[in-house]
Write a protein that binds this ligand. Structure first.
Ligand code: FES
Length: 128
């Protein structure tokens, strides 16, 4: 197989897992492993040999996972499902047009599992 050189895009898919009882959700419990596999399959089927799909640890916007980061485009996605993958690959990874309805930004990073919880003593912050 011929080498393709430096990838045109890198797609980081969070597959981080936390215990069920952890206050922060984790992407793998929301199906990110299936999203990761679907992205690899779809990019392969579409012949995108210059797109590298990478399994990643926590990317931080855990409250809206599964989370994905596309570089060098600097585009963040949240709540991605297997059903979204064909559109994401065709529209963004192949044709450079981000999928707007899946995009997230700074506000999603600032969501906290502590919001709405009154059972934690003041100053008691669960581990990330
Ligand atoms: S666990 Fe996936 S972004 Fe944090």
């Amino acid at each position: 197989m011929a080498r393709v050189g430096m990838p045109r895009k890198f797609v980081f898919v969070c597959i981080n897992e936390r215990p069920e009882e952890h206050p922060r959700p984790s992407c793998i419990r929301r199906g990110s492993d299936s999203v990761f596999e679907a992205l690899r399959e779809e990019t392969g089927q579409q012949g995108l040999v210059d797109v590298k799909v990478i399994a990643s640890g926590c990317l931080e916007p855990c409250m809206v996972g599964p989370s994905i980061y596309v570089a060098p485009d600097d585009v963040w996605y949240g709540g991605v499902t297997v059903e979204d993958v064909p559109q994401l690959v065709e529209q963004h990874l192949a044709n450079d047009e981000p999928v707007e309805f899946l995009r997230i930004g700074r506000p999603e990073f600032e969501l906290s599992p502590l919001q709405g919880r009154s059972d934690l003593p003041p100053g008691e912050i669960p581990p990330v």
